[in-house]
Design a protein around this ligand. Structure first.
Ligand code: G3I
Length: 347
């Protein structure tokens, strides 16, 4: 296996990929009344194979890094929109929607935010300025925003971010972020977004559920919950559909915002086949719930995935391999998107 190329293993796993014969995923997804998105890195846009797949398969784009606080406002009140503009232009050219990612987040936060000494009042002003400038700049070009990201630790307790430490609770800075965002876009659906909410981590999922319930009860303009869905091969939570239904029961949309399904390396034909079934299961869980509005893959190709940089022994998480061959994961998605059952009209 060590010397096999990715494409050779793929041939063993799936003699003829559906990729060559099927309608593009974006057409199949549209027919099922969901969008299919992808995270796009600005640095990859010069790669012709990458952009070819981006254009052909997806009708929804999330900038992987270029709308994060460190990219947009690296110094106080100094705003950089050029890379975000590039993503918006690329999306417009292929009639794709854009999800802004992300406003209030502890990671990839501009260093000046983390290093300053804040009062609640002046951090409020800084958050409001960042959101006013960013959401206001993109305004109705974007249809979705991840307004707050990853506000809880894995055990469901508040994440010890500069925001939490300054405000003394999660709800206040989250509410402030949503209310400010709403002032500057009439169109974008406003989301809270996190990982390990898909069903496998009950404490964290419950904490998010309770927070969204509280915000909804207060009339805070929150429209959706994003389940990032960074998953492991063979371990798609069996209660994923139930989890999606639970969030939807709060009267919000649900989206799977950053789907990838990683595996220990080296990959094998068996693991890739399992991964195909796993992608199929995730798509089916979303399709079964009326308010599950779409699924975004966290990248196109294993060539550029974030995973080996963070989990050095893992990888092969995406739908196209390093050489842009479609994996069994593609066929799994096609299977889910071409079954006869239609998306339920009501829950
Ligand atoms: O831009 C610099 C470049 O100048 C430098 O030469 C290079 C050297 O390491 O680093 C580049 O920055 C990297 C950046 O991605 C852009 O490629 C950072 O090191 C790297 O840490 C950063 O990783 C991103 C990660 O978020 C940071 O937390 C990943 O690309 C991105 O996929 C990942 O996405 C997150 C979501 O936003 C939130 N949910 C989890 C998800 C996975 O971690």
């Amino acid at each position: 296996m060590k010397f096999a190329t990715a494409s050779a293993v793929l041939l063993a796993a799936s003699a003829v990929s559906a990729a060559a014969t099927q309608k593009p995923l974006r057409d199949l997804a549209k027919a099922k009344d969901i969008y299919i998105g992808v995270a796009i890195g600005n640095g990859n846009l010069g790669d012709a194979k990458y952009t070819e797949i981006m254009k052909r398969e997806f009708n929804f784009i999330t900038p992987e890094n270029s709308m994060k606080w460190e990219a947009i406002e690296p110094k106080p009140a100094e705003f950089h929109f050029a890379q975000g503009d590039e993503i918006v232009a690329v999306a417009k050219a292929q009639k794709a929607e854009v999800r802004g990612h992300t406003l209030t987040w502890h990671s990839q936060l501009a260093p000046w935010v983390n290093s300053a000494t804040w009062t609640k009042e002046n951090l409020t002003a800084a958050i409001e300025r960042h959101i006013r400038a960013t959401v206001g700049y993109y305004s109705d070009d974007l249809t979705h925003w991840d307004v707050v990201n990853e506000v809880h630790e894995d055990d469901g307790t508040p994440r010890q971010s500069i925001f939490y430490k300054t405000f003394g609770n999660v709800a206040d800075y989250v509410e402030l972020s949503f209310r400010e965002a709403r002032k500057h876009t009439t169109k974008a659906k406003l989301y809270i977004n996190d990982y390990n909410l898909e069903g496998q981590n009950v404490s964290k999922s419950d904490a998010t559920y309770q927070l969204v319930k509280k915000l909804k009860n207060k009339g805070v303009p929150i429209h959706g919950v994003g389940l990032q869905a960074h998953l492991l091969v063979g371990q798609v939570p069996t209660n994923m559909q139930a989890t999606i239904e639970k969030f939807a029961s709060l009267g919000v949309d649900v989206a799977l915002t950053e789907l990838d399904i990683r595996m220990e390396q080296p990959f094998t034909a068996e693991k890739l086949a399992q991964q195909g079934n796993d992608y199929e299961a995730v798509f089916r869980a979303c399709l079964a719930v009326k308010r599950c509005v779409g699924i975004t893959l966290w990248g196109i190709t294993d060539k550029y995935s974030w995973i080996p940089g963070v989990f050095p022994t893992e990888g092969s998480a995406l739908v196209w391999d390093e050489n842009y061959a479609a994996k069994p994961a593609y066929d799994g998605i096609v299977r889910a998107l071409t079954t006869k059952a239609t998306k339920p009209k009501s829950r």
